[in-house]
Design a protein around this ligand. Structure first.
Ligand code: SF4
Length: 479
């Protein structure tokens, strides 16, 4: 997959729906995590409505981003850290390379970070001859396989343990096994020496707090803690929206993040980092750098229709309930972010026309909004994006797509407001559908341009008796 492959959405999605192994893995993930997260909200002492409070906390932070980021930067600097505001991915990577060169960095260990995926930091480092090792087990697997994450939290969900067994046998030079504990041990052994040898540790940032001037990292494997404490330099990459105002807000968000991400009350390892280690400490990095990335976020901030998207804490909960993600997995989305969050944020970051399939591919069922720990209205923003594609938008440089589609919907709107015409079209459709091939009384094929509906599933024919007729009959019967 190239860095941006959103144009391959349809072909990738079609291939994914035919991949039986992937289908099983995605269904298992949603059964476990999707349901688990919904239950975890029920168990909150404050009840599931804490999601609304979390939304308000995030919106307050987003509406005061300029002040809060300044406060965070001042605090970090006063605690001995360095802060760099990167306007885009290129400048963020250039800053990292500059520090790496100054300190003769040869080996980097990394904790999982979607922002560094977004800006392809690993490529920038390896192009400079620096060895980079992902240390999250899932990320390590896909790095060895030369792939990209297919889920925000479970990056290797598309791989079976047999795949991983073969991969480890080839890349780590061990005997083949598909026993998960043995595979985990093999990865641990391989990575341990990297932790000891690394000159720089890189991590993402799950949350930052302006009041205290610290960043928080969350993991279940302990790898981020090792990446952030063992090398002499720790560099954190943070999307500029990942901030909250106060420690009180931070703690609510942290609880919601862990529930959304993995249905846990709290992740196994939570670290709060505010700068380099004090000089009298035996452990910890000598230098701490925080890179705060814009990369298109200011544009989202400036548009009141999409500002809410910056509330996202990249927990991945929306992927775990999305019926589209369940069928097509993450790679079809062709960018770092997949699922409903990817369907909204990717077009906003890389261009709405360029990523048009992503927002057009979602069902608008609303499950993503209901499971989101910060109650982001993704369906509303999907509609906003579709509206822009249908009408064009100079502010976002959106070219109007598919004029025919708009005409079809205008016709549909006209039809549904004219009873006689509507009944006539129903009658004609029923007649036409008789000619289509069926399987188990479902329509098995439709002609172009409607064949997309039946490519990977069968379609229910229009009912013999319409709802309005049944309703009239029901009213007559109940008199
Ligand atoms: S949109 Fe909500 S559920 Fe989806 S990743 Fe962002 S915070 Fe999590």
């Amino acid at each position: 997959m190239t860095h941006i492959a959103t144009e391959n959405y349809k072909t990738q999605a079609r291939a994914a729906t035919r991949n039986i192994v992937l289908q099983g893995a995605l269904a298992g993930l949603q059964e476990r995590l999707g349901k688990g997260t919904a239950l975890a909200y029920q168990d909150l002492p404050e009840g599931p409505d804490l999601r609304y409070k979390a939304h308000d906390i995030r919106m307050h932070a987003i509406n005061n981003l300029d002040v809060l980021l300044k406060q965070l930067a001042e605090k970090i600097r006063s605690q001995g850290g360095h802060v760099f505001f990167a306007v885009d991915g290129k400048s963020a990577a250039a800053y990292c390379l500059d520090i790496a060169r100054k300190h003769h960095v040869k080996l980097v260990v990394k904790g999982k970070s979607m922002v560094t995926e977004e800006i392809r930091l690993n490529d920038a480092l390896t192009n400079e001859g620096i060895d980079v090792y992902e240390t999250d087990l899932g990320e390590y697997i896909i790095q060895l396989a030369g792939e990209h994450p297919s889920h925000i939290l479970a990056p290797a969900i598309h791989k079976t343990r047999e795949d991983i067994g073969r991969l480890f046998s080839e890349k780590l030079n061990i005997s083949y096994t598909d026993d998960p504990p043995s595979l985990t041990k093999a990865a641990k052994t391989a990575l341990r020496e990297k932790f000891f040898a690394a000159d720089m540790g890189i991590s993402g940032c799950n949350l930052a707090c302006a009041e205290t001037g610290h960043i928080t990292t969350v993991s279940n494997e302990g790898n981020i803690r090792m990446s952030s404490t063992m090398p002499k330099i720790h560099m954190v990459f943070m999307g500029m929206e990942r901030i909250v105002d106060s420690l009180k807000d931070h703690n609510i968000l942290l609880r919601m993040l862990c529930r959304g991400a993995s249905a846990q009350k709290l992740a196994t390892y939570v670290s709060h980092i505010s700068g380099p280690a004090p000089t009298d400490h035996l452990d910890g990095p000598e230098a701490f750098h925080l890179v705060i990335l814009d990369n298109g976020r200011s544009r989202i901030l400036a548009d009141k229709n999409f500002r809410e998207m910056l509330c996202c804490v990249r927990c991945g909960a929306c992927l775990n309930v999305c019926p589209v993600y369940r069928k097509i997995g993450g790679h079809a989305y062709g960018y770092a972010y997949s699922g409903p969050v990817g369907a909204v944020v990717t077009p906003l970051l890389i261009g709405i026309n360029r990523a048009k399939h992503l927002c057009q591919g979602e069902t608008l069922c609303g499950a993503c909004k209901d499971i989101c720990p910060v109650n982001i209205d993704l369906p509303r923003m999907l509609l906003e994006l579709r509206w822009k594609l249908a009408s064009g938008d100079p502010q976002w440089h959106v070219r109007r797509e598919n004029r025919l589609e708009k005409a079809v919907y205008q016709g549909w709107s006209h039809l549904t407001r004219n009873r006689r015409l509507y009944d006539l079209s129903l009658w004609a459709t029923k007649l036409l559908q008789k000619m289509l091939p069926k399987r188990s009384s479902m329509i098995a094929w439709m002609p172009p341009p409607l064949n997309g509906w039946t490519d990977s599933r069968h379609m229910k024919p229009i009912a013999k008796t319409s709802f309005s007729k049944k309703w009239k009959q029901h009213k007559l019967d109940s008199r």
